[in-house]
Design a binder for this molecule. Sequence first.
Ligand code: F0G
Length: 360
Amino acid sequence: MNQSRGGPRCEPHRHWTGIIERYREFLPPCEHVISLGEGDTPLIFSPRLSERVGRGCEVFVKNEGGNPTGSFKDRGMTVAVSRAIDRGARVLICASTGNTSASAAAYAARAGIPCAVVLPAGKIATGKLIQAFAHGAKIVAIDGNFDDALRIVRELGEGNELAIVNSINPDRIAGQKTAAFEVVDRLGDAPDFHLLPVGNAGNITAYWAGYREFQTRGRSTKLPAMLGFQAAGAAPIFHNKVIENPETIASAIRIGNPASWKQARAALDESKGNIDVVTDEEILAAQSWLASNEGIFVEPASAAPIAGLFKSTKKIPERSRIVCTVTGHGLKDPDTIQRRIGKLESVPAKIDNVRRALGF
Ligand code: F0G
């Protein structure tokens, strides 16, 4: 780059090349790095959320919608797919409520190998299904829910042919813990509280592993209390029992028997945290509130910790530092919002008509 002409300078050492290059010393070895530049997502100070919690609390939103496929899954997928390639895997497979399949399909395309996804029929948000299709995944919809899909994928993956890239693969959890590293690196220490949506419970497990690891290595002085939120109709950990027919508008976390249940329970107990539920109404209200008050548009599942924050405000001590992870971009799941838009009536293309329609 010609600096004398005053153009932008390209500093190669500062160029972001994904979480494996950035946090290699904390990750299992990866020889062939399959990356789309995931990670380094914004940690956004949120003045209106902070004001709503009040009492000197500071709230930050870790916006994982900024990842290459629009969700946090890419952090785990880069590690899982890189290591699958290292081991000579020829086909990837996953069960999914949508985001894992979008991410797996993208990283498989990048790696140049096929990807198979098993999904609950009729329960995948439009944007996610489009992503899996666009990246060329082989898509199979089953007459069952996510828990059925994962059971089938586990069985299919028993041979050596298919590499499972769900979060039952420990490489996924290893990659996802880098989000906690980024929070500590950005804030200079761990927050007091970390709020997350909980579905298959891999992400809360990963964050807790990340926070503990950074504290052990002297990179932070404290650990946050982990606060997990499940949808009221899909809350097996909260109720401490398998939910046979989970139901929620937040299709990403429509899960009745989470794979990382035990690990999530340990994270909640060890961190002196808590699991709670939020209703679909609370989720949708929080989604709209965040979009219109903070400029952050997330999918319904990602609004669960925001709804949870509104619910738990009184239990949070004054001057706390709070981080909420929002896990996926709002454009992935446009259907509920689209229904609210209804039909846009057009007006003649004249300034007076536009002025009248605007009401000013
Ligand atoms: N938020 C979003 C947007 C998700 O897609 C998921 C999980 C979660 C939260 C919950 O994370 O499972 O680690 O507790 N989605 C998975 C999928 C199940 O198949 O895309 P978790």
